[in-house]
Design a protein around this ligand. Structure first.
Ligand code: ZN
Length: 216
């Protein structure tokens, strides 16, 4: 007759195993969080490239004019005229509004340059600008007052907290789409090279979204 051998863990062994698992989890979770955020930043860049192409397609049909005002929102123009079918690509996946359905019909989305005058659209085409790779068209945005992204970004000195500004949401970087068709992440230092028609980018919202940082 064979004797059954029973293995039992002592309480101390169980506690040691739980302790080891907790230590491993605490070591792995932050790096998993960072990896997840890196994936979102890449997702965001792809969104912006698709959105940028839709804008440029729209502009090529309208003599390179870009309409971006409260009464003629660029997001609505793209959606209603079928330049875009999936509104979610207008939204930064790391922002508080990652889905178009929650964007108040295109109000809380990526921010684009803004004229505040529907009759005075900006004419933008790469040949117009000597450094098209530095002229940005849209990017991850934030209005500190609303604590939401905003479809319009201002170049003015006035730091009203209602204004959308580039948001350093991706590990201290803001993703931006440029007039030459490329998209990339910019940090506070490299934002100094970015042109926001007709001026330079002057402010950016910090990662936590609590303050506008002065670039110039
Ligand atoms: Zn983003």
């Amino acid at each position: 007759m064979s004797r059954k051998i029973e293995y039992r863990f002592t309480l101390i062994e169980v506690l040691v195993v739980i302790g080891v698992i907790s230590i491993l989890a605490s070591l792995l979770l932050p790096s998993l969080g960072k990896a997840k955020e890196r994936v979102k930043a890449i997702h965001c860049l792809n969104n912006q490239k698709q959105t940028g192409l839709a804008i440029q397609s729209y502009m090529s049909d309208f003599s390179f004019y870009f309409a971006s005002s409260n009464s003629s929102k660029w997001t609505t123009n793209l959606m209603l005229n079928s330049y875009l079918s999936n509104g979610d690509i207008l939204c930064c996946p790391s922002s508080k509004i990652p889905r178009y359905a929650d964007s108040a019909s295109g109000w809380f989305t990526y921010g684009a340059i803004y004229t505040n005058d529907a009759s005075n659209c900006i004419q933008m085409s790469a040949p117009q600008f000597a450094h098209a790779s530095r002229v940005y068209m849209l990017g991850c945005s934030l209005s500190i007052e609303n604590q939401k992204p905003m479809f319009r970004m201002f170049a003015q000195d006035d730091v009203s907290e209602n204004y959308g500004r580039p948001h350093l949401i991706h590990q201290q970087k803001v993703n931006m789409y440029f007039l030459d068709g490329h998209a990339e992440g910019k940090n506070m230092a490299t934002l100094r090279d970015v042109v926001q028609v007709p001026n330079w980018v002057k402010y950016a919202a910090d990662q936590s979204g609590s303050v506008y940082l002065k670039i110039y």
